[in-house]
Write a protein that binds this ligand. Structure first.
Ligand SMILES: [Zn+2]
Ligand SMILES: [Zn+2]
Length: 50
């Protein structure tokens, strides 16, 4: 059983390890902003497709 949760960035669909809030520095930098698309660049992230 993996200890993962969703990235704290609402627009991001990535999972992050336990103890982390964001999957990347990109998501962390968007804290407090309203992003429509995530551009963290991780494979599988919905921001990469839509
Ligand atoms: Zn993402
Ligand atoms: Zn993220």
């Amino acid at each position: 059983m993996s200890e993962t949760k969703k990235c704290a960035q609402p627009a991001c669909s990535c999972t992050v390890p336990k103890g982390e809030d964001y999957c990347s520095t990109y998501c962390e930098s968007t804290k407090g902003t309203t992003e429509i698309m995530c551009k963290c660049g991780h494979p599988g992230c919905k921001g990469d497709v839509v």
